[in-house]
Ligand binder design. Structure first.
Ligand code: DC
Length: 221
């Protein structure tokens, strides 16, 4: 594997923005693995597959051709779905789809294949624990729940704050509570609390951590 910077953490901690900025600083490819779970969820909605149909969901995940380009556009089987995967319906289903073991196995294989050929900053829930346990740098990016809700409220001003808070609490509980690859901090991950920090401050903290770990070589798998 090439160099991997793994960034995990709960929804609204700022992972996407930070991972994108760090990747651009390093000249690495930014990979949003949540978009891959969202792509499978969107396909399931379109084909009428229910969240409890594990085998059919797994088949979708295996068959899905998911593309992520340098402009952060997302493609499913050649069709651009960048906007379509950001609806509340897809968010809710993605966290249920992500609890299906067969879906995870299929998407983890795709994630590993992406990193086989280039340096990546990969962001998700299980990158440091499951996808790349030998990643050179692992960050667990967190923020207190109130601030995570506020950040989402800024991104989605039309949705009532109480509704966003309930959605985040529900997704957190599901992501942390599932048996398959739950969201948790890898023992060797560095915990970064972004509460009260600006984007620039968080970016700097993470670039400093990466700089300090420069001598670390990934444990070859
Ligand atoms: O990061 P996000 O909100 O776009 O992720 C969508 C869902 O996918 C979320 O409920 C968590 C899940 N997910 C996961 O289980 N593992 C990952 N590596 C990335 C996302």
């Amino acid at each position: 594997m090439n160099d991997v910077i793994a960034i995990d953490g709960p929804a609204g901690a700022g992972k996407s923005t930070i991972a994108r900025r760090v990747a651009s600083q390093l000249g690495y490819t930014y990979i949003d693995t949540g978009a891959m779970y969202r792509a499978v969820a969107l396909w399931a909605i379109r084909t009428g597959i229910k969240p409890d149909e594990a085998t059919r969901l797994e088949q979708l995940a295996v068959a899905a051709e998911i593309g992520l380009d340098a402009q952060q556009r997302v493609f499913l089987n050649g069709e651009e779905i960048t906007e379509a995967i950001r609806t509340p319906e897809v968010s809710a289903l993605a966290s249920r789809v992500a609890a299906v073991g067969g879906v995870r196995t299929a998407l983890v294989l795709k994630q590993r294949a992406i990193a086989a050929s280039r340096g990546v900053v990969m962001e998700g829930r299980d990158i440091g624990t499951v996808v790349f346990p030998a990643a050179r740098v692992k960050i667990f990016l967190d923020a207190d729940p109130g601030e995570r809700v506020q950040r989402r409220a800024t991104e989605q001003p039309d949705v009532p704050t109480e509704q966003l808070a309930a959605q985040i609490a529900e997704r957190d509980a599901r992501d942390r509570g599932r048996t398959e690859s739950p969201l948790l901090q890898a023992p060797d991950a560095v915990y970064v609390d972004s509460t009260g920090l600006t984007l620039e401050q968080v970016e700097k903290k993470i670039l400093d951590i990466i700089e300090v770990s420069k001598g670390n070589t990934p444990q070859v798998e």
